[in-house]
Design a protein around this ligand. Structure first.
Ligand code: UD1
Ligand code: CA
Length: 467
């Protein structure tokens, strides 16, 4: 039986932030959510999270996070004073009384662990049957990490924190990843013996490991998995590692990135084969891009579904659905629940908000449609604007099939226009209209034959005869 405890009570002083460190975001999730995600494939009996600094915020944030199916609920254990990682684990003693299984302990600030790594650690722990097994890595820059010293049989001798290391010890690049598996009764027995006789005057979990023997050491294959996030620089490094991992994975599955380094993708995004992601493109949240679509350059897509063979160029699409074969951009903005039909064209400087377009409908230039529903094969002329807001409320505009609005039409909502209606350029349409008609809603042009400015006073507009 395996329980997990995640250490998330620290403030994260080195982040220099009001937000608890474990709530800082990496892609679409907080560090703590990443840690929970790394447990996805592990059969757990209990999930404990040790909280302290701004615990209300941490509990609240996790209340909204998605929980992998089949996992037990989170139990929050309060560490009111943060006196170190060992002190944090001491708080578990009353909660795990009588528990005789294994306890996996993870630092809440180590977000990139793979679930396979944890399974491997657990497997070795079970096979050896020792009191503890810890995860280690050989890292190029070990500064800040506890150093791991082993004997010739690769059994742990001791972990020494960076700030307690001698200069010679600091040369050791084998570090403690902050990922441990303990036989809980063995750990529970040594926890009360911890002392805070170290540079930080804290109770170290690593000292509890030092009290146990024999302790197995498992090296992680790729040290980038165990990067701890203590400051903003490490947060940025973790983001780069995560991005490389996500993009490499999609490339293996048949997605092209023209310039991967200039593109960012949340791990919640889904891409189908033959999607091409152009440079400077950012895909976020619950986004799906279907086969054959080309996104970018210079686009942001968030929480949106993009159908097959769509192109989106230099545009922003938020919380919307773009159906197959539609072309978006350059410089379009779709937001607030837009749904396009298939084969639409949404062109330059067009903003669509909470708008549904029928199939093969074009809004090609310089338009704003808000709270609008169109039929199929509608053509929205350049500069058509819905006046959907009267200063207090928003109102809908409904356009039937094959409506054509002339350039610079203003559609004053609420408004319902039938099918096969043509609207003359420059109209301010304020009244509903039936099927099959022409709407002209503008003042008539006046032509005055022979009128011209008096030539003697042409230079002075005030004296021109207005007639
Ligand atoms: C710790 C390890 C170090 C290891 C490194 C790996 C100790 C003493 N050192 O160092 O050997 O190389 O992680 O990343 O354990 N926390 C609490 N309560 C506390 C203090 C911390 O819950 O009183 C939590 C923090 O929120 C954090 C985690 O424990 O999520 C680790 O604490 P941190 O201070 O970052 O430890 P490191 O100095 O990184
Ligand atoms: Ca840390």
């Amino acid at each position: 039986m395996v329980a997990v405890a995640i250490l998330a009570a620290g403030k994260g002083t080195r982040m220099r932030s009001d937000l608890p460190k474990v709530l800082h975001r990496l892609g679409g999730k907080s560090l703590l959510e990443w840690v929970l995600t790394s447990l996805a494939d592990i059969q757990l009996a209990r999930r404990l999270v040790i909280v302290g600094y701004r615990s209300d915020l941490v509990c609240e944030a996790l209340a909204h996070s998605v929980t992998a199916a089949g996992h037990p609920p989170l139990e929050f254990v309060e560490q009111t004073e943060q006196l170190g990682t060992g002190h944090a684990v001491q708080q578990l003693l009353p909660h795990l009384q009588g528990f005789t299984g294994d306890l996996l302990i993870l630092n809440g600030d180590v977000p990139l662990l793979r679930t396979a790594t944890l399974s491997h650690l657990l497997q070795i722990h079970r096979d050896r049957g020792n009191p503890a097994t810890i995860l280690t890595a050989h890292v190029p820059v070990p500064k800040g990490y506890g150093r791991v010293f082993c004997d010739s049989q690769n059994l742990l001798q001791q972990i020494v924190e960076d700030r307690d290391c001698t200069d010679a010890q600091k040369q050791n690049r084998r570090i403690n990843a902050g990922v441990y598996c303990f036989h809980w009764p063995d750990l529970a027995a040594v926890l009360p013996q911890l002392k805070s006789e170290n540079d930080q005057k804290e109770y170290y979990l690593t000292d509890a490991v030092n009290f146990l023997s024999p302790v197995n050491v498992v090296d992680v294959e790729d040290y980038r998995e165990i990067l701890g996030v203590n400051d903003r620089k490490q947060l940025a490094t973790a983001y780069t590692i995560l991005q490389t991992r996500i993009k490499d994975d999609w490339m293996q599955r048949g997605v092209t990135f023209i310039d991967p380094d200039s593109t960012t993708i949340d791990d919640t995004v889904q891409l189908e084969t033959d999607v091409v992601v152009e440079p400077q493109t950012h895909l976020r949240g619950q986004t799906l891009i279907q086969a054959g679509s080309r996104i970018g350059p210079g686009s942001l897509i968030e929480n949106s579904q993009i159908g097959k063979n769509v192109t989106v160029m230099f545009s922003v699409v938020l919380n919307s659905r773009v159906a197959d074969g539609t072309r978006v951009g350059p410089y379009a903005h779709l937001r607030g629940g837009v749904e396009t039909g298939t084969g639409c064209r949404i062109g330059n400087f067009v903003e669509l908000k909470n708008t549904k377009l029928g199939d093969r409908t074009n809004v090609a230039h310089l338009s704003y449609l808000g709270d609008t529903t169109t039929g199929n094969q509608v053509n929205i002329g350049a500069g058509t604007i819905t006046a959907n807001y009267d200063g207090v409320n928003k109102h809908p505009t409904i356009l039937g099939d094959r409506v054509k609005t002339g350039a610079n039409t203003v559609l004053v909502a609420p408004l319902t226009i039938g099918s096969d209606v043509t609207i003359a350029a420059g109209s301010a349409v304020t009244e509903n209209a039936p099927d099959d008609c022409l709407i002209i809603a503008r003042s008539r042009q006046v032509i005055k034959p022979g009128w011209r400015l008096q030539s003697s006073s042409a230079a002075d507009p005030k004296s021109a005869d207005p007639k």
